[in-house]
Design a binder for this molecule. Structure first.
Ligand code: MG
Length: 368
């Protein structure tokens, strides 16, 4: 099987509501997504999506992704998309770094591997059956009252696990948010305090050593070293997210010996091939993990949930469906959707999502 054509689609994804995280430092009201379609000489097509969360959340943005694809795509024509180690090596040689731009290519190749073998990705990732994956809400930074209202709304939609976005320079404000939200949780609900790098170590220690909450804290500070310093001096389990990019980062995190788990996001890590490698490492070292993507439509969410559902329960934490925040749907009715608080991929070969140009609009670039 050879890659004959790579088509790139730019898709604007407006959010239902402006989204504030990191204590209000990062505000986003639309996402700039890129769909990739790979056509082969076998007559099969594979799809992938790369969607940074705005342009300030990570060193990644939509225009940069498509500019990188302009460099990468010509080197992949004529290659076998099933040879994923080769595909990734070719991309790394052509353009070092820029992992987020490689993710939609890698995802589309996995879709083709599934279609060529007749298997859903969850089976290729080691799953026995598509176990329903619990959903995780994402509550933007706001006043205690608006955040509690956000959790109540999420609860009505079936969410039992929540991620509340905090952070900033006002320790008292975050303490107030944590106490109010903790009081509003009902029996059986879980919460994570996601700081998105916004605290200095001193503020992290002040907040976490004041509150009574023992819930997990995610990415409290900018760097792995700062997060480790905090993790050694607080009672709450600390998870890592944005400071993890490659395998070396994960090995350093493991050697620090103080982290309880990680976020596994294909777009941040460079695709499903690398995300699976990190998932396997995380299981070996005993971490728990949320497996979900950085952002995007139900296409990106479905790819991540294929990996999540194939991950044994003791290591798997709930997954966040990014598409739940969108005011539009470029793959209507397809892919994982919230059913009573769970996401379940189908048994269709590959990703099980086939976008239609009727909804994506025409391609922005074609390489052949
Ligand atoms: Mg996070």
């Amino acid at each position: 099987m050879k890659i004959r054509r790579i088509s790139v689609y730019q898709i604007d994804l407006p959010l239902k509501e402006s989204y504030s995280l990191s204590g209000g430092r990062l505000v986003t009201d639309r996402l700039d997504s890129t769909f990739v379609r790979i056509d082969t000489d076998y007559g099969l097509e594979g799809w992938g999506e790369g969607c940074p969360w705005g342009h300030a959340y990570l060193p990644a943005h939509g225009q940069g992704l498509r500019a990188s694809l302009d460099v990468l795509a010509p080197s992949l024509l004529g290659r076998d998309p099933r040879a994923l180690e080769t595909i990734n090596r070719v991309m790394d040689a052509r353009l070092p770094g820029h992992l987020y731009a490689k993710s939609p290519i890698d995802m589309a190749c996995w879709d083709l591997v599934g279609k060529a073998t007749g298997e859903p990705l969850w089976r290729l990732f080691g799953g026995e059956e598509p176990v329903p994956v619990e959903i995780n809400s994402s509550i933007p930074t706001g006043t205690p009252a608006t955040m509690v209202a956000g959790i109540e709304r999420a609860r009505r939609e079936g969410y039992r696990t929540h991620s509340a976005k905090l952070g900033g320079h006002d320790a008292a404000a975050d303490i107030e948010r944590i106490e109010a939200i903790e009081d509003a949780l009902v029996t059986g609900e879980q919460i994570t305090w996601d700081i998105n790098r916004a605290w200095t170590p001193a503020i992290a220690l002040e907040v976490l050593n004041t509150v009574s909450s023992m819930a997990s804290v995610e990415q409290p500070c900018e760097t792995l070293e700062q997060c480790a310093m905090v993790a050694r001096k607080v009672r709450q389990p600390v998870l890592l997210d944005e400071c993890l990019h490659d395998l070396r980062d994960h090995l350093l995190a493991w050697r620090a010996g103080v982290f309880a788990g990680i976020k596994v996001k294909p777009n941040r890590l460079g695709g499903l091939t690398r995300a699976r490698r990190i998932r396997d490492l995380a299981m070996d070292v005993g971490w728990r993990m949320h497996i979900e993507d950085v952002g995007g439509s139900a296409l990106a969410d479905t790819a991540a949930v294929h990996l999540a559902t194939s991950t044994p329960r003791p290591h798997r934490l709930p997954s966040w469906p990014a598409h739940a925040h969108l005011a539009c749907d470029p793959v209507p009715g397809q892919g994982v959707r919230n059913h009573d608080g769970f996401l379940v991929p189908t048994g269709c070969p590959g990703l099980g999502v086939v976008p239609d140009e009727k909804h994506t609009g025409p391609s922005a670039a074609v390489y052949e």
